[in-house]
Ligand binder design. Structure first.
Ligand code: GLV
Ligand code: MG
Length: 282
């Protein structure tokens, strides 16, 4: 699997920042991307040590088989400031940063200026973040995707994390990401043993417009890829639509009884690009 950019990633696997023995192991499992977490996976009194491990791992500049990023702490608290201070001198360059609890475009711009163009995935997970999601997605050229953080958001909204209470917020995150032309990554599925629940949630998130999903367990990555990447059948159908339009040379043409318009062509092009990425030819 080869993805051209962070905005195309269909699955991003979390790895705890305080478990350095898992960093290489997580990559070896073959996910398209891992994100090493310095935020919620690491207790306050373990942050300094985890930061040192994570920084050293990236500074070693070992060749990597997939995208690898870091979830920093919020740029609005002392842990996040310390993370930025450690990482932004350029001595280690992750492929992307995940910024949690983003609530304003100014905050993103500040990180953008400090982080030398490293792509950013901004997680929307508060009521204020939701209100500013469109501005956040467009705050800086390095914003590659928005993430949806249902756990923190549900607590902030005094709601439950179920599909219906989160639906409007999920949709808003997709809309903000689409308006900015960046990716949209859904929250990890938290029930590790419920494969059919994972499949159902992936299907719904994809139908809503998410381009991928975070994962907290390697076991979930394959299911997420299956849901978000086109099947062979879908890829063949999309290729046939493009060929029919090509053969028509600008004339009106129908496919399976429906006129091929620009909207259908856009979706077909996206499917063909994703299918190529799955095969490793991005
Ligand atoms: C992710 O960070 C979440 O809060 O769901
Ligand atoms: Mg969170």
């Amino acid at each position: 699997m080869t993805f051209a950019s962070v905005s195309d990633l269909p699955a991003v696997l979390f790895v705890p920042g305080n478990k350095p023995d898992l960093f290489d192991k997580a990559l070896a499992g073959g996910p398209p991307a891992i994100v090493i977490d310095l935020e919620d996976a690491v207790a306050p009194d373990a942050k300094n040590q985890a930061r040192t491990h994570v920084h050293a791992w990236f500074a070693a500049k070992k060749p990597r088989s997939a995208f690898a990023g870091v979830r920093l702490n919020s740029a609005m608290n002392r842990f996040g400031i310390a993370d930025l201070h450690r990482f932004c001198d350029g001595s280690a360059r992750p492929d992307f940063y995940v910024l949690p609890k983003v609530e304003s475009a100014t905050e993103v711009l500040q990180v953008h200026r400090l982080s030398q163009g490293v792509p950013l995935i901004c997680i929307i997970e508060s009521a204020l973040g939701l209100r500013h999601a469109f501005d956040i997605a467009q705050a800086a050229p390095s914003v590659a995707a928005l993430g949806f953080g249902a756990a923190d958001l549900s607590a902030d909204l005094r709601a439950t994390m179920d599909w219906e209470p989160m639906l409007v917020a999920r949709s808003l995150v997709v809309q903000a990401a689409a308006a900015a032309g960046v990716g949209a990554l859904d929250v990890p599925y938290l029930n590790l043993r419920d494969e059919s629940g994972l499949e159902a949630e992936c299907r719904r998130a994809k139908a809503l417009g998410f381009t991928g999903k975070f994962s907290i367990h390697p076991r979930h990555v394959a299911g997420i890829l299956d849901a978000f990447l086109p099947s062979e059948q879908e890829a063949a159908r999309a290729a046939a639509i493009l060929k029919a339009a090509d053969d028509a040379q600008g004339h009106v043409v129908a496919f399976e009884g429906r006129m091929i318009d620009e909207a259908i062509l856009r979706s077909a092009r996206r499917i063909v690009t994703l299918a190529k990425a799955r095969e490793g030819h991005a």
